[in-house]
Write a protein that binds this ligand. Structure first.
Ligand SMILES: [Zn+2]
Length: 257
């Protein structure tokens, strides 16, 4: 029963994330005005705004002007639902579950905006940093252990420092920008929610994922096309969150033979 509730909760949050993804890069308010069709500007009633269900009932078209609505809105709602469900299965009903649901929500917004605009808005990253620090402080108070703050700040500094070095290293050696500075900030934010081993895991896995994508682009003769790195970082951070510890334990067992 709780899992259904979590899925539903994620789907509802996902419909709010759609608004953030669409409006934040345009500098618009995320609360005002209320939702309206992006084609005919007709205000949407609450019947048009039921996540997933409205889309299916309206067969993916605006009720007022008939303009096709991209199915990506529904996919983002479902993705958020699935992420929240997975966090619940991994962390149960806990402070950590709340922290990682907020974390997933921030990652969904950053990933989509980076895919759309090749941009990681600093204020969303700072929001993620604020939320992360808030939860780490709560953990420190509730479990009476300051290490929750110490460890995560160290992991954040490691992530930020590593990418900061890469950013300037590439700039000086190759006279071009490999990473964007947004990726440097993002890596710092990710560290706050992970741990030092998981930060290293995330850097490693994101480079592999991006290299595979780079090879695919080469194969399609689009090698010179720049692509955003943020989505790979976020994907790797999610993999780290759910499987990182298991992979690290397996790897350590493997090399000790
Ligand atoms: Zn319309």
């Amino acid at each position: 029963m709780t899992i259904l509730f979590t899925l539903l909760f994620g789907i509802i949050i996902g419909s709010f994330l759609n608004v953030c993804i669409y409006r934040i890069p345009k500098g618009e308010s995320i609360v005002f005005p209320g939702s309206h069709c992006t084609n005919c500007n007709h205000p949407l009633s609450s019947l048009d705004l039921i996540p997933v269900i409205s889309f299916l009932i309206l067969k993916g078209k605006c009720r007022y002007c008939g303009q096709k609505i991209s199915s990506r809105y529904m996919l983002i709602e479902l993705l958020t639902g699935v992420l929240f469900g997975a966090v619940y299965l991994r962390f149960g009903v806990s402070l950590e579950a709340a922290m990682y649901m907020a974390f997933s929500a921030v990652l969904v917004v950053l990933t989509m905006i980076d895919l759309d605009h090749m941009l990681l808005p600093t204020r969303i990253i700072l929001f993620g940093v604020g939320v992360g620090l808030f939860f780490r402080m709560l953990q420190a108070v509730i479990y009476k252990d300051m290490m929750f703050i110490g460890d995560s700040v160290l992991a954040a500094l490691l992530g930020y420092g590593f990418f900061w070095g890469m950013f300037y290293g590439v700039k000086i050696l190759f006279k071009r920008e490999g990473l964007g500075f947004g990726d440097v900030r993002l890596m710092g934010m990710l560290g706050l929610y992970l741990s030092i081993p998981l930060v290293l895991f995330t850097i490693f896995v994101s480079s592999i994922l991006a290299s595979i994508y780079g090879i695919v682009l080469c194969y399609r003769k689009k090698a010179s096309e720049p692509f955003p790195f943020g989505p790979f970082l976020n994907m790797a951070a999610i993999i780290a969150l759910f499987y990182g510890d298991k992979v690290i334990v397996w790897y350590l067992g493997f090399i000790s033979f």
